[in-house]
Write a protein of this length. Structure first.
Length: 278
């Protein structure tokens, strides 16, 4: 835990209500964003945030600090997200696969307004959000936790209850799938708006580049990849598109909680804490 979280946890355990509220407030944005990415509807994400904070307030005495507060909260939030996906009126009737989804690809194409605006503006973020939403939940949660919220691979593994190797395997597949969906925005296209296919023998280069970003390939393999990118314009463009995708993911991780949601959830938390003291 960070020093600030340690201090707030200690104070909250000693009955400091203000410390508990501040601790949860410091992490509410991350929990809400996770709920939005996993449930896809603001009302569901608000419920996930509220239920997570109330559960954390109830169970704080059981939290021993073996993991970070954020990891603990994500674990709680994930359980509520799973329940929401099963019961919500907003739940999709079918789950998208890792294969390119035609409607999502069309939505990405529709967002394009020109290279400069697409790379820097709201259109790219909206297209990325649609591409993330097209992933199966098991891949979506890994990408959101690692690339949007910035958890380490071991922290993601702890939240999901899987191995670090499984986290990285899902992460690379998710990154490749999202980059493919964003290709109409991020890469040169033909007259029909279709990106050029990967050159023969280059189909695994983007996945290898993702592994390089995670420090998973040795120095020799890294040098070989770099040499290939220097002589292959197509692969260099595809890997640059992945880099741009990940940079935009980090921008999504800065989105605040909408003010009405924040007010509603904080009021519910205050009512709960007041009832606990009564």
């Amino acid at each position: 835990m960070s020093e600030t979280d340690q201090q707030l946890v200690a104070a909250a355990r000693n009955g400091d209500r203000a410390a508990l509220e501040k601790l949860l407030r410091n992490h509410e944005g991350a929990v809400f964003r996770f709920g939005m990415k996993m449930c896809r509807e603001q009302e569901d994400a608000k419920d996930v945030l509220q239920e997570t904070l109330l559960a954390a307030a109830r169970t704080l005495p059981e939290f021993r600090g073996a993991s970070s507060v954020s990891t603990w909260l994500y674990t709680i939030a994930r359980s509520f997200c799973i329940k929401k996906r099963r019961t919500s009126k907003f739940a999709p009737e079918q789950v998208h696969s890792l294969d390119a989804d035609p409607e999502a690809v069309a939505a990405v194409r529709d967002q394009r307004r020109g290279p400069e605006e697409a790379f820097a503006g709201r259109q790219l973020r909206e297209a990325l959000d649609a591409a993330i939403g097209a992933l199966e939940p098991m891949y979506r949660e890994v990408l959101v936790l690692r690339d949007v919220e910035g958890l380490s691979a071991p922290e993601v593994a702890e939240v999901l209850g899987i191995s670090v190797e499984a986290v990285k395997s899902r992460l690379h597949r998710a990154r490749v799938a999202v980059r493919e969906q964003l290709a109409p925005v991020l890469e040169p296209t033909d007259a029909a708006g279709t990106p050029a296919p990967a050159p023969e023998g280059c189909r695994d280069v983007v996945a290898m580049f993702s592994r390089r970003l995670e420090g998973e390939i040795d120095e020799a393999a890294c040098a070989e990849l770099q040499e290939h990118l220097e002589r292959c314009d197509a692969c260099r463009g595809r890997c640059e598109a992945l880099r741009q995708t990940l940079a935009t993911c980090r921008q999504l991780g800065a989105a605040p909680v909408p003010a009405p949601v924040e007010r509603s959830v904080r009021e519910a938390l205050r009512r709960f804490l007041a009832s606990e003291r009564a």
